[in-house]
Design a protein around this ligand. Structure first.
Ligand SMILES: [Zn+2]
Length: 102
C-alpha cells in the first residue's frame, strides 16, 4: 500500500512531540499495520497519539519519503534527522505476557 493512494491521503499516528514539532521523526513503525511516526523517545503512559495525514509529515521532512514503501510489521529508525534509515521487523505484537523462560 502506498502512502498516497491515488491522491487520497493516508492517515498516520504521531506522538505529541512530533505533533507540536518539538522533535523530528526518528522512528517510523508499522507494527500494527498503521503508520506511526514517532520521535523515538519515551512518552507518558496514557498519551493518545494524534492522527494526521501523511502528506503533512512529508512536507515537513522530505526524507520521510525514503520509508514511504515500508511494509506492514516493519519499523524504520534513524539516529538523527541526517542519519540513514535502518529497517527492522517489528517486535511480534502477539507475544504478549512475554514468556521469559528462566
Ligand atoms: Zn514523542
Amino acid at each position: 500500500m502506498a502512502v498516497v493512494d491515488n491522491g487520497r491521503e493516508v492517515a498516520a499516528f504521531i506522538c505529541s512531540h512530533v505533533f507540536r514539532n518539538e522533535r523530528p521523526v526518528l522512528l517510523v513503525s508499522r507494527a500494527t499495520g498503521d503508520w506511526m511516526f514517532l520521535c523515538g523517545g519515551s512518552h507518558p503512559s496514557g498519551e493518545l497519539p494524534h492522527l494526521v495525514g501523511c502528506d503533512h509529515l512529508f512536507e515537513r521532512d522530505q526524507r520521510l519519503r525514503e520509508v514511504a514503501d515500508l511494509e506492514p510489521n516493519w519499523d524504520a529508525e534513524r539516529q538523527s534527522i541526517e542519519g540513514s534509515w535502518v529497517r527492522t521487523p517489528s517486535p511480534a505484537e502477539d507475544a504478549e505476557g512475554t514468556t521469559d523462560a528462566s
